[in-house]
Design a protein. Sequence first.
Lengths: 427, 430
Amino acid sequence: MDNLQTTTNHKRNALLLSIIPGLGQFYNKQLLKGLIFLIFSSSFGFVFFEMIGEGFWGIVTLGEIPKLDHSVFLLIDGIIAIIITIMGLAIYAFNLYDAHQNGKRRDLGIAVNSVRKQYHNLIDNGFPYLMITPGFFLLIFVVIFPILFVLLLAFTNYDLYHSPPNNLVDWIGFQNFVDIFRLDIWRTTFFAVLAWTIVWTFGATTLQVALGIFLAILVNQKDLKGKAIIRTIMILPWAVPAFITILIFSGMFNETFGVINRTILPFLGMEGIPWMTNEMWTRLALIMIQTWLGFPFIFAMTTGVLQSIPDELYEAATVDGASIMQKFFSITLPLVIFATAPILITQYTFNFNNFNVIFLFNGGGPAIPGQNAGGTDILISWIYRLTMTSAQYGKAAAVTMILSIIVISVALWQFKRTKSFQEEDMM
Amino acid sequence: MKKNLLVMMLVFLLAILAACAPDRAEETTPDDAGEDGTEEVTEEAKPEKLVIWEDIDKSKDWLPAAIASFEEEHGIEVEFKELNMADKIRDQLRLDGPSGSAPDVVTLPHDQIGQVVIEGLIQEITVDETVLETYSESSVTAQMYDGKLYGLPKATETPVLIYNKELMEEAPKTMDELYAFSKDFTKGDNYGFLALWDNFYFAHGAIAGMGGYVFNEAAEGLDRDDIGLNNEGAVEGAAYIQQWYQEGLFPKGIIGESGGAAMDGLFNEGKVAAVMNGPWAFQGMRDAGIDIGIVPMPTLPNGEPVKTFMGVKGWHVTEFTKNPYWATKLIEHLSNDENSKARFVAVSEIPANVALVDDPIIADNEGAKAVAVQSQYAVPMPNIPEMAEVWGPMATALQTLATGKAQPQEALDEAVKSITTNIETNHPDK
């Protein structure tokens, strides 16, 4: 539409000239900007050209000559090359866009920004971008890069017999995923472990959340004396480093020498329980330990939320004749859940991958006949076993992928459903 | 306009892709030739320096002197660095090797040899027959993989019987004696004899002593298809192991991951008369104030010795060294009688040198002597990578035996079945 009204076609000319970065800007008489684009892109090309080329070659072939080509390093170089290429393309696209925009301004007869004005523009509008750039770059290499690496690894046959430098790693497509579901030993183990992982996630997390909220509401009662000291005590399990707590519990649950079987249960008139050698009891013990470890955080958070609920709500409810239970279910609980929902979801995802407590308590044991994972192994600790003892890096990456997909999709679905992400304010 | 943009981007990308392949090809050829060339030339030429990676805290008081004598003799400078041998050296070598900063000589436990050879981290060495004769035969076997020699033995270790002299006046000669003693002594918190027989490393002694074996010996190393862990002898051994647990001589508290800590704790409190443990445990027990006696394991009821697993630590020449010849000379030097003796004095790890067994310094050392004698009956842990698949299923079987959840024959059949399946899945035929 704009074309009809203009006689010149600077827009097109500038865009075409910008195929060589900077020329379009020169054409638009923005010398400094053009120079920056030209120097930046030519040095970018000069520095990275060879690296990008080799990177692409490496990631496609994963090496051709054993001992000389190191497949894993080539894969890494390839990922870096891809990241750099995307960055380069982004700059290039911006260059084209900029030339096109300024050409358009000229077509419409608007003056092109002077250097000073461009500078102000950058500071005024681009400031947030300028500030997040370093962090963003860091993020790319610290977070995105490893994710890409695992993602790609899942499609290779990287294991002991395909380990550089003596051997090459090859792309094998979806073979790892097929194997996990096709080979008996993998399939039975995978589903057994997955089932327990889900039970564990929901059992342990729900318990710790319920206990935390319950205790917080209990301690928040108006007439209760000594709130400060009670709250401090409640927070204590959180203050002790988790791995120490777990190791102490591991000792306490020892079947012969642990204080639980030896002192506490006999005191209650009960027989000793096979905590460490029967998988059902080990699972129960683990859920109890995680509840112990996890509730203080929920407790502290809920306490904070409770104090921000205005008393008027309860007073109004009392006037309307609501019972205590009604007040709890219609006022307290919805408000607490609303305020803490995102954190509650992260608690679930955290427990889904809670390696520490499983590994430190009983090393994923006790052993179960007929599967290559222990009775309390969750997916993440099973993956650890796979990579550490069997050197099945490709398969482990594939299981990791499946695991990530589960966690990410559940989390995304939950986040989207949660009201706190949709509404600005509930009250 | 947008379409144009996309097309241009694609052209740009293709240009890059097209430019890369020849670039790389040109580079590989001279590189390749260069490497081969240098290797041939430097076969005998002396390098400026060699680098050793020794286990952590194991170089003090002997390695500097050993290096000095090597430098004096050959005029080659030697540097060393300490890294944890159990996993760090291997892991670091994987990274440092390809990037060009690898050492020339490393030390590794022998059960990692198969794995690192397949990965291509260490290389075959050639030494004179006279050199090999200075080490015990089994320790040299442990350094072989696929019929080739990959290192020289540095130290050996194997579990022995450690007893508390206050609780046990004389060490038993047979397991039957120990059993009778244990029956009598085990009461409340006191135990006559404890061993981590739910861990295959320790349980192997009884199982192999009764006639079981992991992989059978074949002409070229071990035969991974011949597993003897559910044969008659192995079942007998497993039944023998189960007996100790069933009769309450071994408590349930020493089963599983934290069992070792529980057992050490009890022994150090003076509540256990005897335990089966390796030479690494001696110092901690002495530090706990226990007056310990150390003897080889008593003989089994069938008259056979307990065939414990032997671990051999060795010196290896890395694949990445530019001077395999001199690196080999260096490890010969490090493991010769004189330096091995100095190493034993410094770090108390028992050398594999035959000449040193009768040397007063070892013969008069109770612990070293017991380990040396026990080593004669011991079997080197299999060093083929298939061994990685044995530990898990065997631990499962032994644990279910110990807790009485399964009977010996079925537990071992189950274990062998999963070992076989795991080997077939994870270790394709060569």
